[in-house]
Design a protein around this ligand. Structure first.
Ligand code: PHE
Length: 463
């Protein structure tokens, strides 16, 4: 007889764990810099509309598949329809590849947090500090091991005693910290230039149509779409796995709503901290040039301008980022462990060890990718990157859109949306957006996903 599957104790545990997965570096680092680049208010508006339609459709689908089949993604697709069983292994590869490099970045965050906590935040501002750190040999590897070690201990403890317990503490703590920093950052003012955070807030919240061209709007929609997809941890088996741990009497629609609201609210709050702060101290140019270096290069420069208090704000900020990254990384590792357990019928502890060993090997390669294995590789979407970027491209730009697209085809056309809507309404719940769901899963979502896939080949780069 199959051993009873682990499960979350109730709806709150499930929602906080899933929100923990969704809220991560994507919210705190990627969302604000895209919003800054794409003109603030307009990006925000497009993002919210997409989250309520596209995001809601994909998340409902994955959680329903998990809850109905009670398997992780390696088996669940085959349970829905035998012919689609091949999707299981493809989806399972994604978190195996993402987990190691997510831990490498998690290690960078841990290092920055430690630097601020011991009061040495000002050192992080030195020219070339970040590059010097990631290209060194030992340090990134040590911090990677620390971060991965913490994630592994939690997953080792199991769904209820590890993941649920931790999420119930970290997620509320994260909310308190982010609201506190947001309130503080809105009071900022730069005496030298006279700029205030409130002016920055206007840029962030009010859509600006000046100089908008059709091409630019397409770019914004595409950015918002890929961001939402990543931010909600979709198409990598995580929501299927977590769905399979949720109790069948949990209200699925309201859970999805809460996870989505949580994820979007944290992203918006992160923008509320970063955009007005960057604008106050670096002006509009600061926002325009904001890029991937925002978190590790621009923000420390700003903390230092705040004087003594900057070190405290910096420390709190990196604690926040660490909490968010940790709850995401455990969801990635749990997806891996769950796949190994389901596939090889072995117990959690052995599966956890196997998962850590694989991550160790790939993670080391990622760290060395900035050192002895450094090379510039040109990706099909036009950008240049190292091992981390190659893994990121292969998963986010290729595998994930393919898995999500085929999931929509499976549900929308092969077994029919009823497969999901029946599960949603299992306990007599009302499914308010059922009409939207059906149209989305059959038509709109596959088209949007195909566009993401095509854009991965750089087709829209000149927009
Ligand atoms: N959703 C997470 C974020 O916003 C990213 C993530 C991706 C988490 C993949 C888990 C898995 O950062």
């Amino acid at each position: 007889m199959e051993k009873q599957r682990s499960s979350f104790t109730g709806k709150i545990g499930f929602v906080l764990a899933a929100a923990g997965s969704a809220v991560g570096l994507g919210n705190l680092w990627r969302f604000p810099y895209l919003a800054a680049k794409d003109g603030g208010g307009l990006f925000l508006l497009v993002y919210i509309i997409l989250a309520l339609t596209f995001g809601f459709t994909l998340m409902t689908t994955e959680i329903a598949i998990g809850r109905r089949t009670r398997h992780s993604c390696i088996k669940s697709y085959g349970d829905v329809n035998k012919k689609f069983g091949f999707l299981g292994p493809i989806a399972s590869i994604i978190p195996i590849l993402i987990f190691p490099y997510y831990c490498v970045i998690g290690g960078w965050v841990t290092k920055y947090m430690a630097t601020y906590i011991i009061g040495k935040g000002t050192e992080a501002v030195a020219d070339g500090y970040f590059t010097g750190f990631i290209t060194s040999f030992q340090s990134p590897i040590i911090w990677f091991l620390v971060f991965m070690g913490i994630s592994a201990i939690i997953v080792f403890c199991g769904v209820e005693k590890g993941i649920e317990k931790l999420s119930k503490v970290l997620m509320p703590a994260l909310c308190v910290i982010i609201v506190a920093i947001a309130i503080f950052s809105l009071t900022l003012k730069d005496d030298a230039s006279g700029r205030t955070a409130m002016d920055g807030l206007k840029i962030y919240l009010i859509p600006n149509f000046d100089g908008m061209t059709f091409g630019k709007i397409c770019r914004i929609v595409l950015d918002a779409m890929t961001q939402m997809f990543y931010s909600m941890s979709l198409a990598m088996g995580i929501m299927i796995t977590y769905g399979s741990y949720s109790k069948r009497d949990t209200d699925l629609v309201s859970s999805v709503n809460q996870i989505e609201i949580f994820d979007t609210a944290i992203a918006i709050l992160a923008g509320l901290i970063i955009i007005p702060t960057v604008f106050t101290f670096q002006g509009a140019e600061g926002l325009e040039s904001a890029g991937p270096g925002l978190l590790f290069i621009s923000l420390p420069q700003i903390f230092v301008k705040m004087g003594v208090i900057g070190n405290v704000v910096g420390a709190l900020f990196f604690v926040l980022v660490l909490f968010a990254a940790l709850t995401s990384s455990i969801s990635l590792m749990e997806a891996n462990v769950s796949v190994i357990m389901d596939n090889f019928k072995i117990e959690r502890k052995v599966a956890s060890v196997i998962s850590v060993v694989i991550a160790l090997l790939i993670g080391l390669a990622v760290c060395l990718g900035y050192n002895i294995w450094y090379f510039d590789y040109k990706l099909p979407n036009g950008s240049v990157g190292q091992i981390l970027d190659i893994l990121d491209y292969f998963t986010n730009n290729l595998l994930m859109p393919i898995v999500a697209l085929l999931t929509c085809v499976l549900i929308g056309w092969v077994v029919g949306p009823k497969y999901v809507t029946d599960e949603v309404k299992l306990n007599g719940e009302k499914f308010g957006r059922e009409g939207i769901y059906k149209v989305m899963v059959k038509w709109v979502a596959p088209i949007l996903l195909a566009l993401i896939l095509v854009s991965s080949f750089g087709v829209f780069n000149n927009l």
